[in-house]
Design a binder for this molecule. Sequence first.
Ligand code: 3PG
Length: 206
Amino acid sequence: MADHMWDLWMERAKPLVPVIVIKDPDEAVPLARALVDGGVRMLEVTLRTEHGLGAIETIKQEVPEAIVGVGTVTSAQQMLDALNKGAEFVVSPGSSDALLDCAKEWGGPYLPGVATPSDVMRAREAGFTYQKFFPAGVAGGIPMLKALSGPFGDVKFCPTGGIGQENYQDYLALSNVFAVGGSWLTPADLQSARNWQAISSLAIAG
Ligand code: 3PG
């Protein structure tokens, strides 16, 4: 299992994972460049639009400092397609046997989505001790993460969903949180206005 990759990346990058939605393929490179220039290097490019897969490939080629992963992966086929495009990590909002099996076979860094103790146990049994806690805000937020640290002291989480400028540091302060993710670093209005400087400033502030 490649869980050690998360530790390695955390030594080299800010513990912030922007959840990226590419609406126009031309946005991919300047957006990635703006984030990387602001010190945010782990980029989760979601498959929520048809441009996600292409953006992974383009960013990998054009912004080599970025660590490019794929998000919103809900099937094994999507995982394989993204890996073929060069995705370095994989994130899913929940998990399934098919996803866990596929990720195990790949052997790379995969964050299965979890929201309950049973989810945590299932993903851990499959060998994944780094997990995405989603949707963090409505699944119990900080009190839930504190509660999970008791029985699951060996599991580390990247909470996403409902996290923003106002509370991300509170999440990062938890001992079982290794990174936080979300869309607050790439606000849709700034992205569609192509205000890369403002996005860079958000990344710098993070
Ligand atoms: C995710 O996929 O992690 C979430 O959609 C991000 O949630 P947010 O938009 O509330 O940050």
